[in-house]
Write a protein that binds this ligand. Structure first.
Ligand code: ZN
Length: 255
């Protein structure tokens, strides 16, 4: 399996990184995309990527919409991001995106920083991992303006309307499902999953967040990915083995 969105550098779990990677491995997670949240944790992502590359950790560097307060729009953060990408040809750009549910927030600033990161990803020929909460109209407008994603990307822990799945796929996006698919009342995610083209389907834990129902906490980790795999397989009426193979291939093609 490929956990296409997690945050192994997060302070809540990073002290146990050796155990977490070993547990992921024995649970059948062969690859993990470790996503940064902002300039402050990119060193942590890089260190984990270097230490656990042989265990399938792939790095992503990006500024998440929750953590934009330290970004000086005229400052050197874009050079810093570019430097990380130049140094690691396998690195993706993420976690980036828009969040219109966080407070306080500045929508214009979020959009500017998101669009700039899409440009940097394109300049370096990299895929992106995107966060989007209650901001799908704005995100679609930016993706359309950008002419789609030339090097692909994923909308992680997809919470948008099922009706957007087709256009997102046309714009170059994969759709990634997290433990929120295990919430029985989450009819919207279930409908979106059923609409997702098979070659655009991904699974993820978003660990240490979104602890899936049935997992031992307090924090989520990549070893829990099979709970999400099994649920996705059940909804799609496919075998877990087939969904594991399919999502692994899709993840490897993208990241
Ligand atoms: Zn995340």
């Amino acid at each position: 399996m490929f956990d296409t969105h997690c945050h192994l550098q997060d302070d809540r779990i990073s002290a146990r990184i050796g155990d977490i990677v070993a547990a992921a491995k024995s649970a059948g997670v062969a690859k993990m995309l470790c996503c940064g949240s902002g300039v402050a944790d990119w060193d942590g992502v890089e260190q984990i990527g270097a230490a656990y590359a042989d265990d399938g950790v792939v790095c992503a560097y990006g500024a998440h919409p929750f953590y934009l307060e330290n970004i000086d729009l005229g400052g050197s953060w874009e050079d810093e991001l570019s430097k990380r990408l130049a140094a690691d040809p396998s690195a993706a750009v993420g976690e980036i995106g828009l969040d219109h549910a966080v407070s306080p927030r500045d929508d214009e600033r979020q959009a500017e920083i998101f669009a700039r990161q899409l440009k940097i990803a394109e300049r370096y020929g990299r895929p992106v991992s995107m966060h989007c909460r209650k901001a799908f109209g704005a995100m679609m407008a930016i993706l359309r303006d950008n002419g789609g994603l030339k090097f692909g990307g994923a909308v992680h822990s997809y919470s948008g309307p099922p009706d957007l799945v087709d256009e997102l796929a046309e714009l170059g996006c994969c759709i990634s499902f997290s433990g929120s698919i295990l919430i029985p009342t989450n009819k919207r995610a279930i409908a979106s999953l059923k609409k997702t083209p098979k070659d655009r389907l991904l699974i993820e834990t978003d660990s240490p967040d979104i602890l899936p129902y049935g997992a031992t906490g307090p924090f989520n980790e990549p070893a829990n990915l099979s709970l999400i795999l099994n649920k996705v397989a059940e909804i799609l009426e496919e075998s877990p083995k087939k969904v594991a193979e399919l999502t692994y291939e899709n993840g490897c093609r993208l990241f």
